[in-house]
Ligand binder design. Structure first.
Ligand SMILES: [Zn+2]
Length: 243
C-alpha cells in the first residue's frame, strides 16, 4: 500500500509541474479554441450564403429564359392573328397573348426578387469574408504566440509526460479515475500531505485516531472535510521531487 500512496503522490507532483507549464500559456489555448469555433461558424454561414446566392442567380436565369420563350410565343400568336378566319380564333389568340403577358409580368417580378435575394446574400458574403479575414489574422498571431511559449517548455513538458506515463501505469484505473475526479474538483490538488495534524488542502484538523491510521500508510485516507487524499510526510519525503 505504501507504494500505491507513493505513486499517487508522485503523480500529483508531476501534474502540478505540468499545470505550472500550462499556466505559462495563459489564456492562449482557450482563446484559440474560441476563435476556431467562431471561424467554423463563420465558414458555415459563408457556405450557406454562397448556396443561397448561386440558387438565386440560377432561378433568375430560369425566369429570364422563360420570359424569352413566352415573348417568342407571343410574337407567334400576333402573326397568327393576321391569318385567322373568324372572331373566335382571333379571340382565342388574344387570350393566349394576354395569358403570356401576365406570366411575363409575374416572372419579371420574380426576377427582381431573385436579383434582390442574390444582392443581399452577396453583401452578407462580403461582410463575413471581412470578418473571417480579420479573425484569421488574430488567430495566426495567437497561434504563433502559443507556439513560442510551447517551444520554450516542450522539452520539460515531454519529460513530465514521460514520467507521468510511467507512474500512471502503476496506478489502477479506478484509483486514477478517483484521483482525476478529486483533482478536477479541487483546483488540481487531489493528494496533499498532513500538516501539523491538519489536511494540507483545506486545513481541517484530522482526528488523532485517524492521524495514527494515516501514518501507518496502509490505505488512502480521505479528508472528511474536502475529500482530498491525505498522505503522511513519510510518504512525501520518499517521493523524489520531479522538478
Ligand atoms: Zn481537506
Amino acid at each position: 500500500m505504501e507504494a500505491k500512496l507513493r505513486n499517487l503522490y508522485a503523480l500529483q507532483q508531476i501534474d502540478l509541474n505540468l499545470d505550472e507549464l500550462e499556466e505559462l500559456k495563459g489564456d492562449l489555448p482557450s482563446e484559440i479554441r474560441d476563435m476556431e469555433a467562431e471561424e467554423n461558424s463563420l465558414q458555415e454561414q459563408l457556405t450557406a450564403l454562397e448556396t443561397t446566392m448561386r440558387t438565386a442567380f440560377t432561378q433568375r436565369e430560369h425566369a429570364d429564359d422563360e420570359i424569352l420563350s413566352l415573348r417568342e410565343k407571343s410574337e407567334r400568336y400576333k402573326s397568327q392573328q393576321y391569318q385567322v378566319r373568324n372572331n373566335k380564333e382571333y379571340d382565342a389568340l388574344t387570350k393566349e397573348m394576354d395569358s403570356a403577358e401576365n406570366t411575363i409580368a409575374r416572372l419579371e417580378k420574380e426576377m427582381e426578387m431573385f436579383e434582390g435575394k442574390a444582392t443581399v446574400a452577396r453583401h452578407d458574403i462580403d461582410g463575413i469574408r471581412e470578418q473571417l479575414e480579420s479573425l484569421r489574422g488574430v488567430l495566426d498571431e495567437r497561434r504563433a504566440a502559443l507556439a513560442e511559449v510551447s517551444k520554450s517548455t516542450e522539452e520539460e513538458e515531454a519529460r513530465y509526460r514521460h514520467e507521468r506515463d510511467k507512474v500512471v501505469h502503476k496506478i489502477s484505473k479506478g484509483e486514477l479515475a478517483q484521483y482525476e475526479r478529486i483533482r478536477k474538483a479541487k483546483k488540481g490538488r487531489a493528494v496533499v500531505t498532513v500538516r501539523k495534524g491538519a489536511c494540507g488542502g483545506c486545513h481541517a484538523t484530522v482526528p488523532p485516531q485517524r492521524l495514527l491510521e494515516l501514518r501507518q500508510n496502509r490505505k488512502p485516507y480521505f479528508c472528511e472535510h474536502c475529500g482530498r487524499i491525505i498522505i503522511s510526510d513519510e510518504i512525501a519525503v520518499t517521493v523524489a521531487p520531479s522538478a
